[in-house]
Design a protein. Sequence first.
Length: 188
Amino acid sequence: MEILNLSSSQKELLLDIASQSIEAAVQGQEPSFSPVEDQALNRYYGAFVTIHKQGSLRGCIGNLTGSSPLWKTVSRMAVEAAFHDPRFPALTAAELGDIDIEISVLSPLEEITDISLIQVGKHGILIKKGPYQGLLLPQVATEYGWSRKQFLEQTCQKAGLAPDCYQAPGCQIFIFSANVFSYGHLGS
């Protein structure tokens, strides 16, 4: 499971791109960046951007597989998380000083048939069954103190399926790892 190792300066650049993208969007503008020349940040990787406000989830949207260079994916997902997560209203300018940004750069998905391969805290899970799918990032199980079984059940429920769907025929389970890093309050 190949995970992209990023230097602290690469992480900082991605976090700056995410925050600048959100700040521009709040002002009704498109973010403008100089082309990113960093070879690693131009590779195609999936990424999620999670926004917390005063410690509570405020938005989280991602792309499982890289369909554009990583830095562009992070920019787009930051705006999506801030303004298009259907669970929350669009972020406002007044909230900018209260949010934290977390980026998860994903490894490629690996389909498994043996759930004992899932390492809580290391792996995220994607469950697919028919037209339904649900995904939880690796850090979610750790944050809630879930066991492997609880993690699987919660991922099934996120997909809109029964908690034990992961045991059903036709259910696909994928695991992935993530390089997760975060940023303190915007504007601080």
